[in-house]
Ligand binder design. Structure first.
Ligand code: CP
Length: 290
């Protein structure tokens, strides 16, 4: 299949090629694809991924088609495959999909048009991982040996699962932290207070209330006290360490409101980098390199 479905199938060099192209776009390099059209099919809510893909298309001279899930024939029971096949027949040049089903793209193997995974279930979110890596690379200039803690609702997080796989491959020392209710085997465990002292990157994750089958075992206030990045914890971070979060953020739960915008936070830089990463992956796909 063409496009970008998961980073597991890309080499370290291919991942670096995408990041380096995104950095070129950020420095002002441009390319245009006149006459091309793309569509965003979002079966789950999104602000950053959906609209930064749209911004990337506009920056590249590509016309984005609007798709409204509620008023589309999905409401009549049309399958994902039939909707995607329809847009392929209409003549789009690329399709961005976010869907609640893990590895939904297995059902789309016969589709020829490039598909960009905007997040599948709790499995993967490859463009988020790429924009996170770009933000780290801009900060430190390398990956090998950096210590990162993925903190929070690990088991429901496609960002945690996608980031951990690639970060380990790039030689980073990956830890997870947070409540045992949300733990899985993604990486070795570290207590949050140890993580803030040792790690170069604290990569917070949203508590994904909408995916929980059962109530959290603690209150939101207790969560913040035990597992949240408080102002007091930030004071214990290494001088050059940074804070990341894919957002949306739950202020006062996994992150103190003032921490989100403190000098160590790279949350808004991550969002900015998301546009350039999405410009890079669209460009490479339209040039036949993805
Ligand atoms: N980080 C991220 O995927 O945000 P959205 O859900 O708003 O796209």
């Amino acid at each position: 299949m063409r496009g970008l479905l998961t980073l597991k199938s890309l080499s370290q060099q291919e991942i670096m090629d995408i990041i380096e192209l995104a950095i070129r776009f950020k420095k002002g390099w441009t390319i245009n694809f006149p006459g091309k059209k793309m569509v965003n099919l979002f079966y789950e809510n999104s602000t950053r991924t959906q609209y930064s893909f749209q911004m990337a298309m506009i920056n590249l001279g590509i016309t984005p088609l609007s798709f409204n899930l509620a008023s589309s024939s999905v409401a009549k029971g049309e399958t994902l495959y039939d909707t995607v096949r329809t847009f392929e027949s209409l003549g789009v040049d690329g399709i961005v999909i976010r869907h609640s089903q893990d590895v939904y793209y297995r059902d789309l193997e016969s589709i020829k048009v490039p598909i960009f995974n905007g997040g599948d279930g709790s499995s993967d979110h490859p463009t988020q991982t790429l924009l996170d890596l770009m933000t780290i690379y801009e900060e430190f200039g390398y990956f090998e040996g950096l210590k990162v803690a993925l903190v929070g609702d690990i088991s429901h997080s496609r960002v945690a699962h996608g980031n951990a796989e690639v970060m380990k491959r790039l030689g980073m020392d990956v830890y997870v932290s947070g409540p045992s209710q949300f733990a899985d085997q993604t990486a070795k465990f570290i207590e949050l207070d140890d993580a803030v002292e040792k790690c170069d990157i604290i990569n917070l994750l949203r508590v994904q209330f909408e995916r929980h089958q059962e109530e959290m075992q603690i209150t939101k206030e207790e969560y913040h006290e035990r597992y949240g990045l408080t102002v007091a914890r930030v004071a214990n971070m290494k001088p050059k360490a940074i804070i990341m979060h894919p957002a949306p953020i739950n202020r006062g739960i996994e992150i103190a409101s003032e921490v989100a915008e403190c000098s160590k936070s790279r949350i808004y830089k991550q969002m900015e980098n998301g546009v350039y990463i999405r410009m890079a992956v669209i460009t490479m796909a339209l040039e036949g390199r993805l």
